[in-house]
Design a protein around this ligand. Structure first.
Ligand code: FAD
Ligand code: UDP
Length: 373
């Protein structure tokens, strides 16, 4: 009955990269997915000539040349550079926080003027801290960029995204946003960045070339059968489900996407516009064509597709997007991980099985260094 070296549960970036690397080592894989398509969360749906990022905007970025060369060997990546714009009550600001933002906020023109303004904006917050470290996101943001930027560009957006007050959120969330005294709107600090030309499905198709796949195939609906097909299972689904939720359910944040097709070529002039005031219910609007169409190409495609993103608490039946890595959930995950570590025939990998927020390049890196025996 054993027909494969591995049955890979999940055809997202983890499962697809694993299967690709296994095949290169002469191993035979079957990749199954419960969804009606391959690719997991990077899957794109083509509509009106536009690749729509169905499960949320995905921008590939890395400083690892090996990872960049690997993904580009399947499909070339374009020069897309993420440079979101923030809309606060109709005022527009460039992100991440840089000289353009400071000019728009305070009309300062030189790094020296900007630095002086930030220092002045931070005075009150530093006095309140009396020398101690910031303990929550509000305190951290106030000592990083001061009160104007906190109030216009951070507070509302963060509270919508996380569903709780900035005073209750950990300080580290905001530390990863760059603050720069140069005119540079590139959101990421990585060396390489882009979107696969033709969309992410090209990347997934390349990774899975020559590998058997089944869609609409839920591992749990026929567990004994799938397990009987291979020596080993690579599991990229939810780890708590694998163990039948015996210790309880892990929690997630999720996003609801409201998609609209508009009869115009260019709605907002940018792929990402963040709505940073509390009163607008969505966090941002994605205009998908700008990930792959630049210059005149925008106008050669007469329609456009936008998605409004509403950040919500996860309930059963919703897509589990962001692990809530707080103390309670991390402790629960550890209990599942102890069971997982004892498994000899199951490899747990990816965002859901490891209950960790991985960027795409981290998922690829893990598989490039995997030791097959
Ligand atoms: P997934 O893509 O979730 O794949 C898991 C697969 O397993 C799914 O296809 C699922 O259907 C399948 N599965 C689950 N259970 C079963 C079962 N029982 N039987 C069969 N199949 C099953 N990263 C970046 O680098 N840049 C970005 O801009 C970025 N944006 C993101 C935006 C959002 C909204 C989200 C949620 C993530 C984003 N990421 C981004 C992270 C990126 O999505 C992940 O790093 C990557 O997709 C994880 O791949 P994965 O294979 O672990 O998980
Ligand atoms: N953030 C913000 N305003 C913005 C964009 C981001 O306050 O316009 C904050 C928010 O708290 C967010 C954090 O910065 O959680 C990190 O932003 P990033 O874009 O890295 O978050 P992601 O959406 O990738 O989780």
């Amino acid at each position: 009955m054993i027909k494969y070296d591995y049955v890979v549960v999940g055809s997202g970036l983890f499962g697809a990269t694993f299967a690709c690397m296994a095949r290169r080592q002469g191993k035979k894989c079957l990749v199954i997915d419960k969804r009606p398509h391959l690719g997991g969360n990077v899957y794109c749906e083509r509509k009106e000539g536009i690749n729509v990022h169905k499960y949320g905007a995905h921008i590939f970025h890395t400083s690892n040349k090996q990872v960049w060369d690997f993904v580009n060997s399947f499909t070339e990546f374009n020069r897309y550079t993420n440079s979101p714009v923030a809309n606060y009550k109709g005022e527009l600001y460039n992100l991440p926080f840089n000289m353009n933002t400071f000019y728009q906020m305070w009309h300062v023109r030189t790094p020296e003027e900007a630095q002086a303004k930030i220092t002045e904006q931070k005075v009150e917050a530093l006095q309140t801290l009396e020398g101690r470290e910031p303990v929550n996101l509000e305190e951290q943001a106030l000592v990083l960029v001061g009160k104007d930027i906190y109030e216009k560009l951070i507070r509302g957006y963060t509270e919508k995204q996380w569903g709780r007050s900035c005073k209750e959120l950990p300080a580290f969330i905001i530390r990863r946003l760059p603050v720069r005294l140069v005119f540079d709107n590139n959101y990421f600090n990585d060396t390489y960045q882009g979107i696969p030309i033709g969309g992410y499905n090209k990347l997934i198709d390349g990774l899975l070339e020559g590998i058997e796949t089944r869609i609409n195939a839920d591992f749990f609906e026929n567990r004994t059968y799938w397990e009987s097909l291979a020596d080993r299972i690579v599991f990229t689904g939810q780890i708590d489900e694998f163990y039948d939720y015996r210790f309880g359910k892990l929690e997630y944040r999720t996003v609801r996407f409201e998609e609209e097709t508009l009869d115009m070529p260019n709605y907002q002039g940018n792929a990402v516009v963040n709505y940073t005031e509390r009163e607008v219910p969505y966090t941002r609007i994605i205009e998908h064509k700008h990930f792959e169409m630049f210059g005149d190409a925008v106008y050669q495609c007469p329609k456009t597709i936008i998605s409004k993103e509403y950040s919500t608490e996860w309930k059963d039946g919703m897509e589990p997007y962001y692990p809530v890595n707080d103390g309670k959930n991390n402790a629960l995950y550890q209990k599942y991980k102890e069971l997982a570590d004892k498994e000899e025939k199951v490899i747990f990998g990816g965002r859901l099985a490891e209950y960790r927020y991985y960027d795409m390049h981290q998922i690829v890196t893990k598989n490039l260094v995997f030791k097959f025996d």
